[in-house]
Write a protein that binds this ligand. Structure first.
Ligand code: PHE
Length: 492
């Protein structure tokens, strides 16, 4: 890869890594997952998940990217030509995620604009689902495009293209170095303000008090809590999508990978726990002012950001005009730096195989991506988005983690990867790490994969199954086509 695709220093790399990890998952997913899985007692499986899956897996991608300085499809082709297609299969998943992640950024841009004058009105639920999204559960709704959403999604793509197509350090690197510290700073302001609200302590209490039943040990051994913790870490750290592999392939020599990965994982978790304190303070406040129990207020995802929180901002008086915009700015910074990271794996792979410049690869990615995202700007968009998100996380994300563990743990010589990871570090990865990558992660994640997909296919309606099958066909056909296309680079 060209010299210019190299991070100027390890700090820029770290900011980009944190930018990828810290996203919607930290702000709108973690608080709910933690609360609905036992509050304080969730912290035990959560820490185990960080130590046994999160951090060890980060090092797989760090080691592979740093060692091979290539994209996954190229690495696999060099091991055996037949494996190239698996590389493209893995690489297509972050791209599909990007197509709907950008749509959420589009919604967010609209809300950022509305937040200055609480333009969502008193009925925030009706506003989001009807006035804004024109949401329908009728699949025919796919033919009616909602123009404001279409425009804001187009705008989101322009921003992503504008940053991604530039040189690595001038575009992506610079954006993350500015936006991530700003995000942390503004979020700190929101959290500190939120804990001073009346009712905040009840909210924080609800989040952190362990909800023990009559059988604490049985409670703690409840499988679902563990699956939720592993799932949260996988999503929140963006594991298995080759983002870290690609980012570390851009590194210059002499970087301490062990230290770097550790800091990224800890920062990501610190940010989500800290943010959860703010979210639960706000929810405690809402519960107090509207006399609704916390249980009935708390939700996750788009419902939290675009329905519950706007209605809290409505009750905050003038402070709502400040906290509202600040919140949506945070959401925007967090989401855009994650979206940028979703561009990179496929972009680097296209450059590797077809000799495209960074500029050209991102142009294709953004134009095709935008065309795909048009379907989410329709009346049926949010339904499709939910199905896609569900399927890609449940089916795609976990599978790619297993695939990577098999490739780098079993097919490729894992000792070589260990050597690369340990190269510049005093703390060394050894037998335990090897065991985790070869056995522990494939078994645990494999179990989650089977369980999740069984639920997904067996318990769902007809339309969802059809949509999932179409998506699956795309996930298989596109990698085959990309593999068959002849390479334009000699040493590919
Ligand atoms: N990890 C990011 C988050 O927490 C987003 C993300 C998830 C990015 C999955 C890529 C893939 O929201």
């Amino acid at each position: 890869m060209a010299e210019k695709n190299q991070w100027e220093n390890a700090f820029t790399f770290m900011m980009a890594m944190i930018g990828s990890a810290v996203g919607l998952g930290n702000i709108w997913r973690f608080p709910y997952i933690a609360y609905s899985n036992g509050g304080g007692k969730f912290i035990i499986p959560y820490i185990v998940a960080i130590l046994c899956v999160g951090i060890p897996f980060i090092y797989v991608e760090y080691g592979a990217g740093y060692r091979f300085k290539a994209s996954l499809s190229k690495i696999l082709r060099n091991i055996n030509e037949k494996y190239e297609v698996i590389g493209w299969f893995v690489l297509i998943i972050p791209y599909l995620i990007l197509t709907y992640y950008t749509c959420i950024i589009g919604w967010n841009i609209i809300y950022l604009f509305l937040s200055f004058f609480k333009g969502w009105g008193p009925d925030t639920d009706g506003f989001f689902t009807q006035s804004m999204l024109h949401s329908t559960t009728n699949p025919m709704g796919i033919f009616s495009i909602v123009i404001p959403i279409f425009l804001s999604v187009a705008f989101a793509w322009v921003i992503i293209w504008f940053i991604s197509h530039r040189d690595l350090n001038k575009g992506l690197g610079k954006a993350c170095k500015i936006l991530i510290p700003l995000l942390f700073f503004i979020m700190a302001g929101i959290v500190f303000y939120s804990i001073t609200l009346p009712g905040a302590s009840a909210g924080i209490h609800a989040l952190f008090t362990p909800q023990w039943g009559s059988d604490p040990l049985g409670d703690l051994l409840n499988l679902n809590i563990w699956l939720a913790a592993f799932g949260q870490i996988v999503f929140s750290l963006s594991l298995g999508l080759c983002i870290m592999l690609t980012y570390s392939s851009y590194l210059p020599k002499g970087v301490n990978l062990v230290k770097n990965g550790f800091i990224v994982a800890i920062t990501n978790s610190a940010f989500e726990i800290f943010t959860a304190v703010g979210m639960f303070s706000i929810i405690g406040y809402m519960s107090l002012t509207s006399h609704v129990p916390i249980d009935n207020v708390i939700t996750d995802g788009a419902g939290l950001a675009f329905i519950v929180l706007p209605s809290v901002f409505n009750t905050m008086g003038n402070a709502g005009y400040i906290i509202g915009p600040l919140f949506f700015i945070c959401l925007f910074f967090a989401a855009i730096t994650s979206a940028l990271s979703l561009v990179e794996p496929l972009s680097a792979a296209l450059s590797d195989k077809f000799g495209m410049s960074r500029e050209k690869a991102t142009k294709y990615i953004c134009v095709v991506g935008f065309l795909i995202s048009i379907i989410y700007t329709s009346g049926y968009g949010i339904t499709l988005l939910t199905y896609f998100d569900n399927f890609l996380n449940q089916f795609g994300l976990l599978l790619t983690i297993i695939i990577e563990c098999i490739i780098f743990g079993w097919i490729y010589k894992i000792e070589d990867i260990i050597e690369t990871i340990n190269e510049n570090s005093k703390i060394k990865m050894g037998k335990l790490w090897k065991f985790i990558i070869k056995y522990f992660i494939p078994i645990v994640i494999g179990f989650m994969w089977i369980k999740g997909n069984f639920d997904n296919f067996v318990n769902e309606g007809f339309m969802k199954t059809v949509i999932q099958l179409i998506l699956l066909a795309v996930m298989i056909l596109v990698p085959i086509i990309l593999t068959k296309l002849p390479s334009k680079v000699e040493d590919y």
